[in-house]
Design a protein. Structure first.
Length: 298
C-alpha cells in the first residue's frame, strides 16, 4: 500500500490526536489542547502538517512550526505497529526538508513554547531517544515537571490573605473586565510567551488566573489550565515584592481551583524554583524531559 509522506488537512487533526493517544506511552492529549497548541500558533504552516497512511488508516503524523532560523517539531508520532519500518525516518526527513525551505537553520523537538504540548522528550522514552540520536540530534537542555497531591496539599489561604491585606495587597481572581490591564502588565513585566499562555486563562470559566494587586496595580499573577487540563503555570511576582508570600497564596488559590474541579494532582509544568513548590504545596519531581536539537545542512 502507498505509504508516502503527504500533507494533511487541518480538519484531520482529530485523527492525529487519536493516533497520539494510541501511540504515546506517558501522555494523553485532549483534542481542545492540541487544537489550541497548533491552529493558534502563528508559526504553524499548513504545509508542515504531515502524515503517512496505510490505506485509509493514519499511521504516522508530524506537525512542525517555524521560528526565526529555528524549526520546531510540535508533534511526531508513529503507530507502534509500524515502527522500525523506515516510516519515521521518511517522515522526519520530509519535515526537516520543509523546515529548511522556510529558513530553519536547526530543528528542535517539542519545547515550542508558548504553544507547546510537551517541554521535551520524556527521558524514559528510550526507543524515541535512540531514534533521534541515530539521526544526529543531541541533548541540549534538561527540564522537569512536578506533581502536587491535591488531597494532601495545604491550600487554605485565609490567614495569609488577611496578613497580606493588612500590608496593602488584594488577592483575587482576575476579572474579564481586567483583560487589557492584565495584558499590559504581562507585556511590561514578563516574556511574550508568558503573555500568550496567561491570556488563554480568560477563555476558561471561571477565569483560571489569580492576581495580586497593590495600590491599584497588578503586582503578581498565577495561571492554571492554560496549556492543558490539570496543569499549572505560568506564574510570577514582581521582583521587588518577593519574599512576602504573595506567590505562595496565588499558587494555592490555583491549586484549590483544580481540586474543586475534581483533579487529584496538579501538574506543575517546566519548573524553575523546585524548592518553592516543594515547600508550599508538597510538590515532587515527577517527569524529566530532554530537549533535542540538531543543525540542518546548509
Amino acid at each position: 500500500m502507498d505509504r508516502d509522506v503527504m500533507t494533511l488537512r487541518q480538519d484531520e487533526l482529530e485523527a492525529v490526536v487519536d493516533l497520539l493517544d494510541v501511540a504515546s506511552t506517558f501522555d494523553r492529549f485532549p483534542l481542545q489542547q492540541v487544537l489550541e497548541a497548533t491552529l493558534e500558533d502563528p508559526g504553524v504552516d499548513p504545509e508542515l502538517l504531515l502524515g503517512v497512511r496505510d490505506g485509509e488508516r493514519l499511521i504516522a503524523a508530524a506537525v512542525g512550526v517555524t521560528r526565526p532560523e529555528l524549526g520546531q517539531v510540535k508533534i511526531f508520532v508513529v503507530h507502534p505497529e509500524h515502527r522500525r519500518q523506515g516510516i519515521g525516518s521518511a517522515l522526519l526527513a520530509e519535515l526537516e526538508k520543509r523546515l529548511a525551505a522556510r529558513g530553519a537553520k536547526s530543528v528542535r523537538f517539542f519545547a515550542d513554547a508558548p504553544h507547546y504540548l510537551r517541554p521535551g522528550v520524556d527521558f524514559r522514552d528510550t526507543p524515541f531517544i535512540s531514534f533521534l540520536e541515530r539521526r544526529g540530534y543531541e541533548q541540549r537542555r534538561a527540564v522537569c515537571n512536578m506533581l502536587s497531591d491535591l488531597a494532601t496539599a495545604r491550600l487554605d489561604t485565609a490567614a495569609d490573605e488577611a496578613r497580606l491585606g493588612a500590608a496593602g495587597f488584594e488577592i483575587r481572581r482576575l476579572a474579564q473586565a481586567e483583560a487589557a490591564a492584565f495584558e499590559e502588565y504581562l507585556l511590561e513585566r514578563w516574556t511574550p510567551g508568558w503573555r500568550t499562555e496567561a491570556m488563554r486563562s480568560l477563555r476558561r470559566n471561571p477565569v483560571s488566573t489569580h492576581v495580586a494587586r497593590r495600590d491599584g496595580r497588578i503586582v503578581g499573577f498565577a495561571s492554571h489550565s492554560v496549556s492543558g487540563p490539570g496543569e499549572f503555570g505560568p506564574m510570577g511576582t514582581n521582583q521587588e515584592l518577593r519574599g512576602q508570600g504573595v506567590g505562595a497564596v496565588l499558587l494555592r488559590r490555583c491549586l484549590a481551583d483544580q481540586r474543586e474541579a475534581g483533579f487529584a494532582e496538579s501538574d506543575i509544568q517546566w519548573v524553575g524554583p523546585k524548592g518553592f513548590y516543594a515547600d508550599h504545596v508538597g510538590a515532587r519531581v515527577s517527569r524529566c524531559f530532554w530537549q533535542y536539537e540538531r543543525p540542518l545542512s546548509s
